[in-house]
Design a protein around this ligand. Structure first.
Ligand code: G3D
Length: 192
């Protein structure tokens, strides 16, 4: 058994999952973390650098949440956090769909999924802030637009899923986390 396999097996024994939360600045990463920790989501200040928070007992697992600042000046440092990541949560701002920022978002995501250090990590794409999308706009259409704009169907080296969500209301966030935990379990147990 290789060293990496041993480390992975130990992690599943320890029931610890490392989650790296990335995306452009202002997409709602910190608000998402605050929601998960049952903290007030109305007072959020931008992540300068990074913050590690622990979420205990989610389906019997402890999640280490790494919230890393998304400003362009901080993005070159993202790679410092890739080691031993089990899941990447990629947060997209639904209210920027159709804007220039989506191509910036695609460029950044394509770099991230190509990183060797992240090889195998599941990618949960959350299209956030759907609470503020006008009711005349279809959420399904927004999700389809993001899926195409980020070229998700071309990602073949990671398991991925895309879900609309709101860090304000919590919609779909539990579902996303459940997918992430199940994906880690499936992958790690494959080493048996
Ligand atoms: P970041 O950590 O990705 O940079 P933040 O993003 O969590 O700091 O959020 C950026 C802004 O988006 C914040 O507003 C925050 O309140 C808002 N936001 C985050 N999640 C949601 C959501 O689900 N719905 C809505 N409507 N807004 C959200 P401000 O005004 O402080 O810039």
């Amino acid at each position: 058994m290789g060293l990496l396999t041993t480390i992975r097996k130990q992690k599943i024994k320890d029931k610890e999952i490392r989650v790296l939360i990335l995306g452009l600045d202002n997409s709602g990463k910190t608000t998402l973390v605050r929601h998960l920790l049952h903290e007030d989501v109305s007072t959020v200040s931008p992540t300068l650098g990074f913050a590690i928070r622990t979420l205990s007992d989610i389906g019997g697992y402890t999640l280490q949440l790494w919230d890393v600042g998304g400003q362009s000046s901080l993005r070159p440092f993202w790679r410092n956090y890739f080691d031993r990541t089990d899941v990447v949560i990629w947060v997209v701002d639904a209210t920027t769909v159709g804007e220039e920022r989506l191509s910036e978002c695609r460029a950044e995501l394509s770099k991230v999924v190509a990183e060797d250090k992240l090889s195998g990590a599941g990618v949960l794409v959350l299209v956030n802030k759907i609470d503020s999308v006008p009711s005349s706009v279809s959420i399904d259409d927004i999700v389809k637009t993001v899926r195409v704009a980020l070229a998700l169907d071309r990602i073949t080296n990671h398991e991925w899923i895309i879900l609309p969500c709101s860090a304000y209301t919590g919609e779909n966030i539990d579902q996303g986390l459940r997918w992430a935990i199940d994906e880690v379990k499936r992958r790690l147990y494959r080493f048996d």
